[in-house]
Design a protein around this ligand. Sequence first.
Ligand code: GRF
Length: 200
Amino acid sequence: LKLAVLISGGGSNLKAIIEAAGDPLYPAEVVCVGADTDAAGLAHAAAAGIPHFVIRPSDYDSREEWGMALAAAIQEHGVGTGPNPGLVVSAGLMRILPAGFVREFSPNLINTHPALLPLFPGAHAVRDALAAGATETGVTVHVIDEGVDTGPVLRQSVVEIREGEPEDGLHERIKQQERPLLVDTIRQIATGELDLSQFS
Ligand code: GRF
C-alpha cells in the first residue's frame, strides 16, 4: 500500500511508520511526505530517502487552491490515482483539509487525533482533556470526512490521565500508544482487514 504522509511538526508518528515499513513483511511503504511548513519531521523523510515537499498555504489565494496543490503533489507520487489508490495519512498535520481535497481522496484518507473522539475535537485536544478534569483520554484513528475530526472512527486506545500531569507529558504518553496504533491501523487497511470502501 502506497502511503502519502502529511505532517506539520516533529513527525514522530511519521518516523514510526517509516520504521515499520522497513520490515519487508509490513504491507505498506511511505512514497512521499508533505508538509504545510518547514516541519522538523521532514528530516525523517530525508534520512530515509523519501521524496518530500512543503506546500505553504500562504503561497495560495485560498484554502481550496492550497488543497489542490497538495493533492497534485501527492498524486504525482502515485497516491490517489489508478486502481490502487494508496492511502493519505494525516499524522500531525495542523491544518483542516479543504472539502475538495477530502472528496479527492476519501475514504482513502485517515487522521490520527490525540483524544477519544467525539470527545475533545480540534487543535488542543490534550489541553482540553486536562482542562475538563477528565480522568482518561486517548487516541483515535479515523477516516477524514468534510468535518473537523468527525469522520468514521477506525481504532481507539485509552490513556489514563495522571493527577496534575503537564500537557506535554500527557501528550507524549498518548503518542506512546498512538504510534503503534497508527502503524497497526495502516497494516489492517493494507491487508483489507479494515475495508475503507464501506465509508465511501
Ligand atoms: C500527534 O499526537 C497527532 O495526533 C496530533 O499531533 C501530534 C503530532 O505528533 N495531531 P508528531 O509530529 O507525529 O510527533
